[in-house]
Ligand binder design. Structure first.
Ligand SMILES: Nc1ncnc2c1ncn2[C@@H]1O[C@H](COP(=O)(O)OP(=O)(O)OP(=O)(O)O)[C@@H](O)[C@H]1O
Length: 589
């Protein structure tokens, strides 16, 4: 980040107003290199003034190439390293292969002889690195996990060709390990020496990051480990939601740069309890049409990526219902209020009031020591609170549910921004419910509305910000058991499955679904199809992001038009900054 001038005077018209330090800074902003070239630290990058400069080759040695070019600006964000040795300076940086957004990045090195005094050159080198890294950690220690079967099975070669060169040029210490089986990343994270690394990077889909959070959660000092180690994704899977949300890309080399330049950001994690088991989730939990279209279409894998869309459309046409009983601890139950909440968060970021990792960590330690935070709402086995002021709704039947979708990040895949108002550390998940018996026309319109960003405002889409939810599924094979359980908890009678129509029978045959059981998806992975309770832990995990406090998506439609200045009270800001959670009570918002 570039340092700000110390005063408001114009340094060019009033030289007396420039402090001695500022004067030295200006004078020393240009490094003369070779006979006819110079490197100048500008406002947002290094200006290379050298007629012969051409970075189309891997290594550029001053004077050896004779091509004529205008002075070129290399953005500070693209600079990976600068090293002064004897009488030479070497600057490593990345250059996009084409002007397209998210184009592959190529690593380049500039080498020039330095004629300036060595102490001046050293100061120049220190300053370029300061500006190149800002608040990011230089020369991070990274443990890389590669899932050799992730996505199309190309993770290893993507890593070797497009990721490793970026880490190497940035001077990172890298330790690479390949996962050999399902669950291997959990074991690696559980046994990781958290003092030896800063980052756990998964060259994979979203399955490995989930395993890493869960592995760290198994440590005796889980909360500390989750705060110390930033879990990140190098997009080598099919969905790559984590990378899209935090780095705005699915291109591995761009994600590698985002990790090198990333700022530590606390991330809400959710505990899912089922029976006596507790699992952490960073991305989503779903039941109904989305989970079934993903996890229930394994037997039509031959269709490739189209299997999800196909499975989805078939269920849509069949008007499939997924009855559940559920109780929700709602925090914001109105779309306008959710947009306002989003606008307030952006405003706090502008005023640098986003909660830091350290502040949230202190609060967590006060709550539960070094281990995982205790469950405020108990597990799925505990009785729900009877107190009407608890904020929980009663456990009620939702017989015509089509989709239960809980999201902690905006994009579920590159073209699927299902949760445009989600935020990384507001202590809430966004819950989307859609009835399964809406008209087919409406359902198809909804499907198209996801990609074009208008989904959130559709009237048949119910959106709530919640801090906890309990769900008892009442469809699929275990339905009899579920129903009995629901009986004992709710006293409401079980819903008997309706006789399928001929149309539904045909569609079921081609949909890939066995129809014998249901699917519960957590971060895209299959969890047992049985009752579950979700509880959010504010800022329990740590990730790296380009812009801390918000995801890369532009937010829900119309949030910019909401006037929040007059009601962003000092109290709300103080509460948010210290990491306490009165921000969850609506009177503060
Ligand atoms: N060597 C391995 N053999 C079999 N399974 C593995 C191996 N390594 C990792 N896994 C498992 O693969 C699962 C999926 O991993 P991941 O999300 O990285 O890939 P993906 O499913 O292809 O990507 P996406 O989620 O984007 O579709 C994880 O549950 C992980 O435990």
């Amino acid at each position: 980040m570039s340092p700000q001038p110390s005063g408001h005077t114009d340094p060019f018209s009033d030289t007396a107003a420039i402090s001695e330090d500022d004067r030295d800074t200006i004078l020393e902003s240009t490094l003369h290199v070779g006979a006819n070239a110079s490197l100048t630290l500008g406002a947002d990058g290094v200006l290379v003034a050298d007629d012969a400069f051409d970075d189309s080759d891997r290594l550029y040695l001053c004077g050896l190439l004779q091509k004529s070019h205008l002075a070129k600006n290399i953005p500070f964000y693209h600079i990976l390293d600068a090293e002064l040795s004897a009488n030479t300076i070497a600057i490593k940086y990345v250059r996009p292969k084409s002007p397209k957004k998210n184009a592959r990045l190529l690593v380049r090195t500039l080498i020039y002889p330095v004629s300036t005094a060595s102490d001046v050159a050293q100061r120049w080198t220190d300053r370029i690195l300061e500006r190149a890294y800002g608040a990011a950690l230089k020369r991070a220690r990274i443990k890389v996990l590669i899932n050799p079967f992730g996505g199309a099975g190309k993770a290893q070669s993507l890593y070797n060709k497009h990721i490793a060169p970026v880490f190497e040029a940035a001077g990172c210490t890298v330790d690479v390990q390949t996962t050999t089986r399902r669950g291997h990343a959990v074991e690696i994270a559980e046994n990781l020496d958290v003092d030896a690394y800063d980052v756990l990077a998964c060259a994979s889909g979203d399955g490995l990051p989930m395993e890493c959070f869960n592995g760290l959660a198994r440590k005796r000092n889980a909360a500390q480990a989750l705060r110390k180690i930033a879990v990140v994704q190098l997009p080598c899977g099919t969905g790559n939601a984590m990378s899209w949300n935090l780095f705005g890309t699915g291109e591995p080399s761009v994600a590698a740069l985002s990790i090198v330049k990333g700022v530590r950001t606390p991330l809400d994690l959710a505990s899912i309890t089922q029976g006596d088991k507790r699992t952490l989730s960073f991305l989503s939990q779903s039941l109904g049409i989305v989970a079934e279209s993903d996890l229930g279409t394994e037997n039509i894998r031959w269709m490739g990526d189209f299997r999800f869309t196909f499975g989805f459309l078939v269920r849509l046409l069949g008007k499939t219902l997924y009855p559940i009983d559920y109780a929700v601890k709602t925090e914001i139950d109105d779309k306008h209020a959710i947009k306002k909440h989003y606008a307030q968060q952006v405003s706090r970021l502008r005023h640098q009031l986003s909660p830091s990792n350290a502040i949230l960590g202190k609060e967590m330690e006060a709550q539960g020591g070094l281990g995982l935070p205790p469950l405020k709402h108990g597990t799925v086995n505990d009785p729900l609170p009877k107190d009407e002021n608890s904020g929980w709704t009663r456990l009620e039947a939702y017989p015509n549910l089509g989709n239960f979708y809980c999201g902690n990040m905006c994009w579920m895949a590159a073209d699927a921004p299902f949760f445009p108002a989600s935020l990384p550390n507001d202590g809430m998940m966004d819950l989307v419910n859609i009835d399964g018996d809406i008209s087919r026309m409406k359902a198809v319109k909804l499907l198209l509305a996801v990609a074009d960003g208008t989904f959130f405002d559709e009237d048949v889409v119910r959106v709530r910000k919640i801090s906890a939810v309990r769900v008892i599924p009442r469809f699929g094979r275990p339905m009899t058991e579920m129903s009995e359980q629901a009986h004992t908890v709710t006293g409401v009678s079980a819903i008997s499955p309706q006789k399928p129509s001929t149309m539904q029978k045909i569609l079921k045959k081609v949909s890939g679904s066995s129809g014998k059981t249901g699917y519960f998806s957590v971060d895209g992975e299959k969890l047992p199809f049985e009752p579950f309770q979700i509880e959010v832990h504010r800022g329990l995990g740590t990730v790296l992001s380009r812009v801390p406090g918000v995801y890369e998506y532009e937010g829900p439609d119309g949030w910019r038009d909401i006037d929040i200045e007059h009601d962003t009270t000092a109290e709300a800001e103080r509460a948010y900054k210290t990491g306490s959670i009165p921000c969850l009570s609506t009177n503060v918002y």
